[in-house]
Design a protein around this ligand. Structure first.
Ligand SMILES: [Zn+2]
Length: 89
């Protein structure tokens, strides 16, 4: 789950030009969703559903998406590095 960095509204998956993005329904802020992040989002949504059915769990407004952001960044950086390596080969 991601929250809009502008207003803290929960962002919802939204298809755009065949690409899934997370869009803030309030201000329209968009962030691209990678396949990996999409999968993580889906899994987390399922966990949230299970939580709802089970015992009420205190909702953590955690900075988790920052961590996800970092992972995505690191992954992209790695890909770029690998591509650069191939080019200099
Ligand atoms: Zn927003």
């Amino acid at each position: 789950m991601r929250f809009c960095p502008r207003d803290g509204t929960l962002m919802v998956p939204h298809k755009k030009d065949g690409v899934t993005v997370l869009k803030c329904p309030k201000c329209g802020y968009e962030v691209k969703l990678s396949e990996k992040a999409k999968e993580a989002y889906r899994q987390r949504a399922e966990v949230a559903e299970e939580k709802k059915r089970g015992v009420m769990v205190a909702e953590e407004r955690r900075p988790e998406y920052d961590q996800e952001e970092m992972e995505e960044l690191r992954r992209q950086l790695l890909e770029n590095l690998q591509e650069a390596e191939r080019e200099t080969d």
